[in-house]
Structures are given as structure tokens and as C-alpha cells.
Design a protein around this ligand. Sequence first.
Ligand SMILES: C[S@@+](CC[C@H](N)C(=O)[O-])C[C@H]1O[C@@H](n2cnc3c(N)ncnc32)[C@H](O)[C@@H]1O
Length: 263
Amino acid sequence: MEHQAKKKFGQNFLTDTNLLKKIVDSANIKDKNVLEIGPGLGALTQFLTVQSKKYLAYEIDLSLVDTLKKFESEKAQFIFKDFMEDDVTKTLLNYFQNEEVHLVGNLPYYITTPIIFEFLKYDHLKTATIMVQKEVGDRIISDRNLKTYNGFSAILQYYTKVSRVVNVNRKMFNPVPKVDSMVVKLEKIDRRLPKEQEILYEKIVKSAFMHKRKTMVNNLSETFNIPKIELQQFLNKLGFKETARAEELSVEDFILITKSFNY
Ligand SMILES: C[S@@+](CC[C@H](N)C(=O)[O-])C[C@H]1O[C@@H](n2cnc3c(N)ncnc32)[C@H](O)[C@@H]1O
């Protein structure tokens, strides 16, 4: 019986072989360990299970068990469970031990952000090649001074090198969703800042973007309870104008601020 796509699980399936190959090629997973989220009918799975060293997938939809079982082998396993409900770190450690793992997936959009944060959290996950909603993709890859640049861009680009693989028109999916998509690749960068500084970096970025129309000085002063005059002098010393706004600052600028931030 043909599978009826389930909206509640964000099911929009891909069929175009050229696009599928482009995603798999850009993921660059030959003989590497792969984690797929949402294999669906197996569009990407058919390539990933063959090319990878070892493969693991999470699929929430139990009606796909029979369809996906045919890809199962000694090196390819499926977990039929909500990705968000599992202790993913523990499962990955068990399955792949301490080896590097690469995330690939045409993700269900309703959990894109938690999946990205799960990817950032687990050190052994080194790259993520993922389909996201176009608007989210624009934020992920955004440079400063663009309307799309926000705290999410600056935090993600601290931890990863981001790139666009391809824009994907909504018509490429079945059923056709309401939005266009983009495949992005995230590759972890080790910036070698101590954990406390990374936490501070995130706090500074979130604060800086808190009220879009306010200056850095005003936003930081509110969050950290520092007199504005002090913050003005601090930013000037680092070479920034006191009128600077978050959207003008690069990831490197935020790193510089974090490293000197002694409040
Ligand atoms: C956009 S579809 C992609 C399907 C397939 N990879 C493709 O490209 O055609 C998203 C898939 O994620 C699955 N899914 C949705 N929520 C999930 C969750 N919380 N955990 C695991 N899988 C989930 C859906 O059932 C569906 O198969």
C-alpha cells in the first residue's frame, strides 16, 4: 500500500535523484559514520547506508518500519522513536563509541532548531548536512549587515563553518509544502576558547541582539547591569563606535569583546 504522508510528522518526501546525490555528495560521508534523522521512505537512506562506514537513523513513524527494514544490515540500524525523546548522546556513544559521526537529514521543520542544538552539544558529531526551511537557512548562513543576521547566525557561526549547499524549490517535495527550502552544511570549528568563555560569548550575543533597534551599549548595559559610560569606553578601546549595533558585528568582533569582557 502506498504511504500516506503525515503532516504532523513534517513528512515531505524527496524523489529527485540529482538532488539526492547532491546532498549525499556534499555530506562527504564515504566510509564515515552517519546519523540520519527522519529517513522517511529511504530517499537519502539508499545512498547513505551503502556509502557509510556505519549508519544509524531515527524515524518516528512506525508505519515506515517495513519500508526501512530493507536497508537494515549489520552496519545500518534504525531506531523507531522520537529523536527528541531519546538520550541521543548515550545512544550515539553506544553505537559509534568514541568515533566521529556525521549528521545528514531532510529534517522535519518543526524540530530543526532543537536538532541543531543537539548537534552542537555532542562533540563527536562533526558535520551536519541538513535540509532546512529557506528562511532558517538564510539566517544560518547570513553575514553581518544583512536583514537575516541575528543572534542565531552569530552563535551558530561561532561553533561551525556554515555554507549553503543548494536552494530547494518547494515543488521538489511530495507533497508540496508551503515553504521553500535550503540544504546547508555545518562543520564544527574548534575555536579553543574555554567553556566559560563560550557561555559568556552566547550571553553577550543574545544580549546584543535582544532589542534590535537599541545599540550594543544599551542592550549590554541592561543585561549585565553595567553603567553605559563604562561600556562606551570599553567598546571604544576595542575599536568599536559607541553607537555600534549588534548586526554590524562579525563573529570575530563578538569573540574579541568576549575575551576582554571583565564584568
Ligand atoms: C521531511 S521528511 C524527510 C523524509 C526523507 N528523508 C526524504 O528526504 O524524503 C521528515 C522525516 O522525519 C520524520 N520525523 C518527524 N519527526 C521526527 C522525530 N521527532 N524523530 C524522528 N523522526 C521524525 C518523519 O516521519 C519523516 O519521515
